[in-house]
Design a protein around this ligand. Structure first.
Ligand code: GAR
Length: 198
């Protein structure tokens, strides 16, 4: 059965685009039933609107407690009865107030290998490790988000991305993003095609 995905995105949305394209071409047996952003200026919203997907902004109120925001966000997602909630460039930490509503169903994409460079600026930090310590590769992973651990959880798919001697941040970012677009679609194909426990 075609899976229902809600995608959360905070910024450019190139990974959202990869999912929209794969869904539209039939490569991924899934419908993106809604795209939600915390950022009203996110280019992801333009991509989503152009594709015809339901597009929603859930912005945090000034001073709003994280648990309160997360509960509102969970309600907004739950309206779409998603099989999976995909964090594709979602740049807010999610607490159990959100995660407990979607057990085994929240999927995160991170531009580093499991256990490496959690948090923001992961690609930049990998390039610094290359320059200082000779790190020869970084990578990309897609994992389930069972709890509040940052960029950490059961890995669905991961792939190494080489760091070249003459890489700049731009050239490495480009290579990592290309790897992400492919890996995210692959990981979601794997999930939607696998039988789920009731
Ligand atoms: C991607 O590189 C994604 O892996 C990263 O943000 C970027 C969003 O790009 N996410 C994280 O760093 C999460 N810790 P996009 O908006 O073009 O998809």
């Amino acid at each position: 059965m075609t899976a229902r995905l809600v995608v959360l995105a905070s910024g450019n949305g190139s990974n959202l685009q990869a999912l929209l394209d794969a869904s539209q071409s039939g490569e991924l047996d899934a419908t993106i039933v809604a795209v939600i952003s915390n950022n009203a200026d996110a280019f992801a919203l333009t991509r989503s609107t152009s594709s015809g997907a339901t597009t929603i902004v859930v912005a945090a109120e000034p001073g709003e407690l994280r648990a309160h925001y997360d509960a509102r966000l969970a309600d907004a997602c739950a309206e779409f009865s998603p099989d999976y909630v995909v964090l594709a460039g979602w740049m807010r930490l999610l607490s159990m107030a959100f995660l407990a509503q979607f057990p085994q169903s929240v999927v995160n994409l991170h531009p580093a290998l499991p256990g490496e460079f959690p948090g923001t600026h992961a690609i930049e930090r990998a390039l610094q490790a290359h320059q200082r310590l000779g790190l020869g590769r970084t990578g990309v992973m897609v994992h389930l988000v069972p709890d509040e651990g940052v960029d950490n959880g059961p890995v669905i798919a991961a792939v190494e991305v080489p760091i070249e001697l003459d890489d700049t941040l731009e050239s490495l970012e480009q290579r990592v993003h290309a790897a992400e677009h492919a890996l995210l679609v692959q990981a979601m194909q794997h999930l939607v095609n696998a039988p789920r426990n009731p």
